[in-house]
Design a protein around this ligand. Structure first.
Ligand code: SF4
Length: 68
């Protein structure tokens, strides 16, 4: 997935430090919000793309790797 596709399909979560990318054995990919564990205001699996989010915190480095 290119940077443009990440922005279009995933939105803010693509570069948020609270996002955990999960890839299943069957090849499905899920984006889990780690803030959901401590704040019920955040869905565990946000509806993508996320365009605005009060919890967003940009990763300083090592954003999620685009998948092939
Ligand atoms: S805090 Fe917001 S932007 Fe960050 S992973 Fe959760 S839903 Fe996505």
């Amino acid at each position: 997935m290119s940077e443009e596709e990440l922005k279009r399909d995933i939105g803010l979560c693509a570069h948020c430090q609270f996002m955990r990318k999960i890839v299943t054995n069957r090849g499905s990919t899920f984006y889990q919000c780690q803030l959901s564990a401590t704040d019920p205001g955040f869905p565990k699996y946000p509806r993508l793309p996320v365009l605005t989010c009060r919890g967003y915190k940009q990763v300083s480095s090592n954003p999620i790797q685009p998948s092939q």
